[in-house]
Design a protein around this ligand. Structure first.
Ligand SMILES: [Zn+2]
Length: 141
């Protein structure tokens, strides 16, 4: 996978139409592109035909859960478990906005191969880790 290749996961769900309250068919797309994560939603109302495109929003937790349920989690692998924990922690703190204690916990999960998330999230971290000199891969279990 080249560094610039976009990575996408998507989910279909329904939500009430803001105009008429009927069921809207929604198509959510979680994408890693140009080094950043995006969450875009397109929706079409089955009753009034209202279409909306909602781009660049934070990914809501329930839909992240749906993405994980529909696509399966992706695991972050660091093949060399003696990789510099300090570097891993630094990348985690910068990318995930973690505090020192959280970063320590998550770095432990990363080095044990138990850290997982959506494919775009994990691929993003893997790229940032490789950029910091730590060999890392996003892999489906
Ligand atoms: Zn409607």
């Amino acid at each position: 996978m080249s560094a610039e290749e976009p990575v996408v996961e998507s989910v279909r769900y329904s939500a009430p139409c803001v105009d008429c309250g009927a069921r809207m068919e929604c198509w959510g797309v979680h994408v890693l592109t140009g080094g950043s994560l995006r969450w875009d939603v397109e929706s079409v109302c089955s009753a009034c035909g209202q279409t909306t495109a909602d781009c660049g929003q934070p990914l809501p937790a329930p839909l992240r859960d749906r993405l994980l349920a529909d696509n399966g989690p992706t695991t972050l692998h660091v093949p060399d478990p003696s990789a510099a924990r300090v570097t891993v922690m630094r990348v985690l703190r910068a990318e995930l906005g973690l505090g020192l204690t959280e970063a320590k916990t998550v770095a432990g999960q990363v080095l044990e191969g138990t850290y997982s998330g959506t494919l775009p999230e994990v691929e993003s971290l893997a790229r940032k880790l490789r950029g910091a000199g730590v060999d890392a891969l996003a892999a489906r279990p």
